[in-house]
Design a protein around this ligand. Sequence first.
Ligand code: SF4
Ligand code: FE
Length: 484
Amino acid sequence: MKLQNGGEYIQSLRALKPVIYYKGKRIDDVTRHPATAPHVRAAAMTYALAAKEKYRELATATSHLTGHTISRFTHVHQNIEDLIKKVKLLRVLGQKTGTCFQRCVGFDGINAVYSVAYEIDEKLGTDYLQRFNRWLTHIQDDNRMVVGAMTDPKGDRSKSPADQSDPDQYVHITERRPDGIVIRGAKLHMTGAVNSHEILVMPTTAMNEASKDYAVVCAVPIDAPGVTMVFGRQANDDRRDRKERIDVGKPSFGAVGGEALLVFEDVFVPIENVFMDGEIEFTGDLVYRFAAHHRANYGACKTGLMDVLIGAVSYLSLIQGTAKGSHVRDKVTEMTHLSETLYSSSIACSAEGWPTASGAYMVDTMLANVCKQNVTRFHFEVARLALDLAGGFIATLPSQHDFENEDVGHLVRKYFSGVTEIPTEDRVKIARMIEAMTGGTALVESMHGAGSPQAQRIMIYREGKLAEKIKLAKRLAGIIDPDD
Ligand code: SF4
Ligand code: FE
């Protein structure tokens, strides 16, 4: 692995020149800009863990392509153990950052594209897997961060990609040359894009015959000519000033993944980096495999966040002298029960994993959808309970400037104090972290990341084996089934 730790990852980003806008201005260095640096540090943790003996087993893997030791985030799952190790790794990373560390999107994209490229080649005699493996070997050996780029803007949702009045509402091929293709369009909500090295472009939905130019999978360097990003504003991002560290809540890391609009304006992609070109019949499987892998993650990464939140309210209860209250214990128990239920789901869909024709392992798709569906509820309930326990004080928190002010500093210290042995500033720091982890943009990802709740409900219904269940019921009720 070329990039051995977090510091080397951060250095490697400084050598790139991606075009990124934020609040109407160019960001020249994502590693130092206050809006993006916290997200860079969160992603850097995926590199840092691989360098630590304690986590090496989880954070690294052996490449099935080269036999080299690689970051698990660039690995193709070879068995159930790999799937389970991934889940355990994500929980640890959630605990260490308290936020989205972004790198799983590319990881899941790699795994989805690998198995589908194999199947396209098997059926159509193409050489996509060979191209993909060449690209992946370079990603593994250099330990590059990949952003999985799936969600298109979609324009008028009632129309298919080819029927849009603006053809750019879905990423599509505008030109085919002997040595490559040219793509145009955009991807939305791109977690970790601004601090990735490479983009893995994938279609966002199953395509029909008329939408052949939209069935494209390819890899593009983040600073390729024609790629532009607009980084999204987040709640309270102006607080990320060095002078306002207490007010940020979680000074080192962001509250969410750091999402961007990613635009391709006639970007040339050399043929060796094209892994699907028009094979519409495989687009549905690709999207579904990516989504299932990503949905399986949420009971792990978000459980790590909930561990932090449970720790925060428990500590706040100690500071406030309420820790022994039976209702406090009961609510902490409920938070723990909900978060461990989610974790069980992630472990379960990994334990029930299965080999695709390529040999790469998939999670159980039904259980992965159930896992993510539960995250869209339980994480919110855990956040609700955290705010319940924290108290209305969260809405009145003074800023760091008030603590430092000669006239009111002593007043906020006195009237926001809890038990005498813990400084008031510590109470405010913990409360600010609870505010950051429960409000603003913090929970949007738990609702819409890896697909909105309705996307999971569609799949849960589709995979619910209703015909089989009707048979079970009829048989036990003594109803004769002529087909049985
Ligand atoms: Fe990884 Fe979770 Fe962030 Fe998705 S939401 S990229 S699974 S940390
Ligand atoms: Fe996500």
